[in-house]
Write a protein that binds this ligand. Sequence first.
Ligand SMILES: C[S@@+](CC[C@H](N)C(=O)[O-])C[C@H]1O[C@@H](n2cnc3c(N)ncnc32)[C@H](O)[C@@H]1O
Length: 313
Amino acid sequence: MTTTHVPVLAGELIEMLDPQPGQVAVDCTFGGGGHARLIAGRLGPGGTLIGIDRDPLAQERFEELAAELACATRFLRAGFAEGLAVLREERLNADLVYLDLGMSSMQVDTRQRGFSYSYDAPLDMRMDPGQELTAKDIVNGWDARRLARLLRELGEERYAGPIARAVVARRERQELVSTSELVDVIKSAVPAPARFAAGHPAKRAFQALRIAVNDELGQLERGLPLAWECLRPGGRLAAISFHSLEDRRVKRFLADRAQGCVCPPELPVCVCGHEPEAELLRRGIVATPGEVAANPRASSARMRVARKLGESS
Ligand SMILES: C[S@@+](CC[C@H](N)C(=O)[O-])C[C@H]1O[C@@H](n2cnc3c(N)ncnc32)[C@H](O)[C@@H]1O
């Protein structure tokens, strides 16, 4: 398996984080290390790169990269919410923390991991193969209402109800064990014209399952405040999202930190004394048409970046 992951918005990430020699950077989603290689190159021998990822494949890639780097390195194999909690306990004062959410090309292209509707594989989708919950557990274990809600809320799937009912009807005859079986059930539940309308008919259901299996939104909700706490004043946080469920959370989190006075508008003077903690450095950065043409994954990417305000900023 030789797939490499082409990092998205790489130039923009470097420009916005502006890594300097001697700094400490935390890559919360190391993946294939594309972003980390570029960042670490700027940190020099006095700097430190900390990588986090829950995939053992990413750990292998980290070890290969670390052998080439001049800076100090450290890897935490964990969900980034847990990895950042460890760093916060250690009172890390990072200069840069960044997240590039979702799955890597290596994960999608390792067929047996079941992330893709294009390959026949076990219904798995775990980023951490040591985790218990798999896509098969959800598909065969959740009742129709819960499945439909999952497809609607995490996949924005228009045919969530019919698909959920079709899954339940099918598994009453026989357990679903493979991605192809699931794709067939989804196709059977979606009206013919819609099967060809907005991309592959299983695309949204697979996204929903992957997000649920890996608790991606929970990780983000817990991870963002910890990432913020690990940053020194003047440090920068960047997050690259690939769908609106993630981007909305990042946007709200940073907007809350950038807000000053929270007094009711009818008060003539501020009594809350609330000071902004963040400066938003450009809003919603998206890929150029050239990048999207070269790397279609970049089409849905959106990056948000903020600087932490405070004494040394
Ligand atoms: C889009 S890829 C990152 C690619 C990387 N920036 C690069 O340039 O190669 C996302 C990676 O983050 C990891 N990941 C996603 N969510 C995670 C989480 N909550 N905790 C830890 N790792 C996570 C995945 O396992 C995957 O390797």
